[in-house]
Design a protein around this ligand. Structure first.
Ligand code: UT7
Length: 331
């Protein structure tokens, strides 16, 4: 069974920059609070008319170009998003349509902040079992349209943002290179600690005026609880994935972690005993783009030469579900 290897990476974000001062003019918050509590300085939000599939398309074209492949070379799409453009169908087919790629299958993954790691695991399994050769894996999100941009929503509105990242995976001809191991977990007892209640098919109608007035269609988060679990689960999972790959933190070239909060990243770095050159953070510029944070950060690292053939790279994520997980790759 061949390992799955990264053939190309790409990302795209909206060109509209939203600063902390912009948010301070709409709700009771401040640049100082946002910077010290989250590390975020600015983020990108879509303009009306921009779509998640459109951002994913731009990111995918960059990843395909880096892989020197055409859309017609793809055998499947695995698309992770917590914020699809429509209730149904999922964004995979909208991306397929934009790419103009015949009848190849697409698989939609929810799994929120951990969506990209889970999407990688699905694509890896397809490649290893020989079902598909070239798989486009996307993490893309439009969070801004689901934010309560009043003081009521300030604990989420200042954090979440929009963007898309994509990678192309294919079978490796070198058994030493490619995705080495995964570590994946979920704990549904915490489902309501970071969730969007409606629209939901358990309601008749799926969203009511009362729910909208109560803000139940906005992302709700118990920030302290999410924080408390994230700083334990991510390091634990990185260690487990490294162990499954027969590696240790000392072997790690780079950890590309989900960008949820700079304080979470700093605590994780400390727990794992990693040097500054072993981690990468870009939450300052893009905020938390949920399933898109890891592929966006990865593409920046690849293009900056921080990931080279033979390097040991790990990804880790934690978020809504709770769902979390890690992957270890020999680049
Ligand atoms: O991506 C998936 C996972 N998501 C995460 O990992 C996020 C995890 N959680 C966090 O990052 C942090 O919990 C937050 C950044 C959301 C909040 O930081 P915190 O240090 O946990 O603050 P807090 O929720 O305890 O709130 C402290 C105070 C509260 O006021 P009182 O009750 O002390 O008077 C909040 O109402 O800060 C207030 N507050 C704000 N003040 C100004 C909350 N949001 C804001 C805001 N601006 N935007």
């Amino acid at each position: 069974m061949p390992r799955a290897r990264f053939l190309g990476t790409g990302f795209a974000v909206p060109d509209r920059v939203v600063t902390n001062d912009d948010l301070s003019s709409r709700m009771n918050t401040s640049d100082e609070w946002i910077r010290t509590r989250t590390g975020i300085q600015e983020r990108r939000w879509v303009r009306e008319g921009e779509t998640g599939a459109g951002l994913a398309h731009a990111a995918s074209l960059r990843a395909l170009e880096a892989a020197t492949l055409a859309p017609s070379d793809l055998d499947a799409i695995v698309y992770a998003t917590a914020t699809p453009d429509h209730f149904a169908p999922g964004n995979g087919v909208f991306l397929q349509r934009l790419l103009g790629v015949g009848t190849i299958p697409s698989i939609d993954i929810r799994n929120q902040c951990s969506g990209f790691v889970y999407a990688l695991a699905a694509a890896d399994a397809f490649i290893r079992c020989g079902q598909f050769r070239r798989v486009l894996v996307v993490g893309a999100e439009i969070q801004s349209t689901g934010m309560d941009v009043t003081t009521r929503g300030r604990n989420t509105a200042v954090i979440f943002a929009d963007g898309a990242g994509a990678v192309v995976l294919g079978p490796s001809d070198d058994d030493e290179r490619g995705i080495l191991a995964f570590d994946l977990h979920g704990e549904g007892v915490h489902a309501e600690k970071l969730w969007v209640d409606s629209p939901g098919s358990m309601y008749h109608p799926r969203v009511s005026r009362e729910q909208i007035d109560a803000g139940r269609h906005f992302l709700e988060m118990d920030g302290k609880e999410v924080f408390r679990h994230a700083v334990v689960r991510m390091p634990e999972s990185v260690r487990a994935a490294l162990a499954a790959a027969g590696q240790t933190t000392a072997d790690l070239t780079l950890l590309v972690a989900h960008q949820a909060n700079l304080r979470i990243a700093e605590l994780m770095q400390k727990t794992l005993g990693l040097r500054d050159d072993q981690i990468y953070n870009n939450i300052m510029w893009y905020g938390n783009t949920t399933a898109a944070t890891i592929p966006i950060a990865l593409d920046e690292c690849v293009r900056a030469g921080r990931v080279r053939p033979g390097d040991l790279v790990a990804f880790t994520a934690f978020g809504s579900g709770f769902l979390w997980g890690s992957a270890v790759v020999r680049w």
